[in-house]
Design a protein around this ligand. Structure first.
Ligand SMILES: NC(=O)NCCC[C@H](N)C(=O)O
Length: 290
């Protein structure tokens, strides 16, 4: 897991063009497994959640992405956060596959088989973590591809254990830059690091160690720092840029949006307030695949 390389020397990988969403029919806050859920049990308004999710879906369609929807399942109230159950990949040789998660929270473990079935149905090579390997892994909640390159950013500390990255990085032949997460409000890497394009990342430095910040700055030529209130209260770094131009982001992150505009990007504000009650926003409500 060496970080001693230049991005330009890594094999290029196309941006994924397909978006998987999971319908919010059964989305609720029913238990507390992250600090954002505390005080919100039973507090989701399903009709507002549906409208917010529809707006997210419409936005991806308007941007020309192919959107596929997996039906939510009763009694799996967090399944709508479909970034977490797997890590889809495309190798430099063009092979398509997916690594299934081993969810940290017992309540979320039964979600994974539904994504296993989905990826089997679209012809992906499906693999789990080796049974002898200890530790958990929460998919694209913690494991995020560097845009356009065969390089993985791997968050660890709350939901994912560092050693899981070594094994599948070795098998699939990509480098991993592991980043320790240090603040429980930012329990997944996707809550504090948002790679926008090959050169640029939006991030919240307060969620990382000094070593982590140095690694982010060393491998992105440009970094945009979200202020604490946008990052902590509005999940501004849980944004997503599907095309390196538009940045889908929770509405109201005014400072972050100004910084994005100054960098030449177009923020697309979406209200995900019902999902924030569960500790999630745009990035974790979708899964990109090829
Ligand atoms: N940050 C993400 O990638 N996902 C949000 C997951 C929210 C869910 N309530 C959880 O705590 O697992």
């Amino acid at each position: 897991m060496s970080a001693d390389f230049s991005i330009d020397a890594l094999p290029p990988i196309p941006r994924p063009g397909r978006v998987l969403l999971t319908s919010p029919d059964h989305f609720r806050v029913e238990y507390v497994i992250n600090p954002h859920m505390a005080g919100n049990v039973g507090d989701v308004d399903p009709s507002i959640a549906r409208r917010q999710w529809d707006a997210l879906k419409d936005t991806y369609e308007r941007l020309g992405m192919e959107v596929n929807v997996l039906a939510g399942i009763p009694d799996l109230p967090d399944m709508v956060f479909c970034a977490n159950q797997s890590l889809p990949y495309q190798t430099p040789g063009g092979e398509l596959g997916v690594v299934l998660s081993r969810m940290h929270a017992a309540q979320r473990k039964p979600e994974v088989e539904h994504y296993e079935r989905f990826f089997g149905s679209v012809g992906y090579e499906v693999q789990g973590l080796d049974p002898d390997l200890p530790g958990d892994f929460e998919g694209m909640g913690d494991a995020i591809w560097h845009p356009g390159r065969y390089l993985l950013w791997g968050g660890y500390g709350y939901r994912t254990d560092r050693q899981v990255y070594e094994r599948f990085a070795e098998k699939l032949g990509f480098p991993v830059i592991a980043l320790e997460l240090t603040d429980p409000d930012f329990y997944h890497l996707d809550t504090c690091l948002c790679p926008i394009d090959e050169e640029t990342a939006l991030y919240y430095p307060g969620a990382f160690t000094d070593e982590g910040i140095a690694a982010i700055k060393a491998h992105f030529r440009r970094t945009i720092e979200a202020p604490e209130d946008d990052a902590r209260e509005r999940f501004a770094c849980n944004a997503h840029s599907p095309d390196g131009e538009h940045v889908l982001i929770q509405a109201g992150s005014a400072t972050t949006n100004d910084l994005l505009r100054a960098g030449g990007y177009e923020p697309v504000e979406l209200d995900t307030s019902e999902f924030l009650k569960s500790g999630g926003s745009v990035f974790c409500m979708k899964l990109m695949y090829w």
